[in-house]
Structure formats: C-alpha cells, structure tokens
Ligand binder design. Sequence first.
Ligand code: PRP
Length: 213
Amino acid sequence: MNDYINIALPKGRLGEKVYTLLESIGYGCPEMLDGGRKLIFENPENKVRYFWAKPSDVAIYVERGAADIGVVGKDILLEYSPDIYELCDLGFGKCKMAVAGKKGTRIPTDKTIRVATKFSNIAWNYYSKQSRDIDIIKLNGSIEIAPLLDLSDVIVDIVETGATLRENGLVVFETICDISARLVANKAAYKFKSDSINKLLDSTIKFIAENAK
Ligand code: PRP
C-alpha cells in the first residue's frame, strides 16, 4: 500500500475539476464520480487512493501525512502557513482576497479599523505592513453582514464573482492578493515517493500548459 499516492481533494466543484484533470493524465479512479456519501476511493491499477475532505481541512491531512498530496486554496496556505510543499499553481478556483466595505463609506484613517473576517492572519499581516491598528472580529461565514450591521468598518474576505458584495451593497476598497488552487505535498512523502509524486506533478504541469494555450 506504500506505493500508492494518497490524494486529498476538496469536496465540491473545485475538487471535481481537479479530479477530472488527474483522471485525464492517468490517475483515474472510476468509482469517484458515482455520487453517494463514500469519502475514500482507491484504484489498484493506477495505485491511487483519493479522499474527499472539507476544503479547509485538506492542508491538515497533507501536513500530518494522512495524504501525500492535496489541493488547497492559496487563502488557506496564507492563513495557516502549514508546513508543506507548494508544488504548483493549478490555475483553478481563481478569486481575490480583498478589503471591502459599505458603498459610500471608506476605510477609517483616524481610528482603529474594525475588521470582520475568517482570515485573521491575512488581515493582521496586511494591516501590520501598513502600521495600522486593527480590531479583528473573527467570524465563520456570511462575513458580508458585519459592515451592514455596523459590527465592523470593513471585511477581509474572498471575492470571486463579486455577486455577494454587490447584492449586499458592498464594494471592494483594496485587493490584498490573488488566490487560486495549489497542488501541495507532505514533506516526508515528497522525499520518499519523489518519483511517483514528480511524475504526477510533471504531467499536471504539462496538462495545465497545454490547456492554457
Ligand atoms: C465565499 C466568500 C464570499 C463569497 C464570494 O463565501 O466568503 O462570501 O464566497 O463569492 P462571490 O464573489 O462569487 O459572491 P462562501 O460561499 O464560502 O460562504 P461563507 O459566507 O459561509 O463563507
């Protein structure tokens, strides 16, 4: 079983897209797209074992070696700084990390900024580079509500289509960075399974380059 590559994929649309990529470069596991509630699948022919994990947990499986490789958003890598290798940018799941607030308002310049976010470390790093004092209000979702109820002055959150901001009367004030999905590896696995992981990595990079043309 040690010659298998264990791959943690984020449950949902992004993970399914990545699976389709891996399938097309020779790492298929037909059972994967059967639907149902099963979470672990293996294909002895291709020597792969896949797990569907909660997107924000993939880095934990990879860091602790329960998965050899996985797919994680750059937002998670920036927020939690897991001790893993970032192998390549998959170019999927593109979005931005941004500071946003109520249309017609602006970021306060004369007082501590109240920042609602799921991404405390990203917000903290961003504002500490500007030597700004912030009060972080850590929320777990529906961050856009915070400025509407005057719980915060701004939010630091992911903006993909911009629809959530627009429909709630919010606008982007500043872009912090671009986000996309990254292929990551456990450090020990990358050493001990370097041939098989590098083979998968090379085929992935080739596939991305060809499909970007
Ligand atoms: C994310 C993010 C924004 C929204 C942005 O939320 O936190 O709320 O998507 O997408 P958009 O620009 O395409 O509207 P998610 O759906 O993960 O739910 P959450 O509110 O529970 O964080």
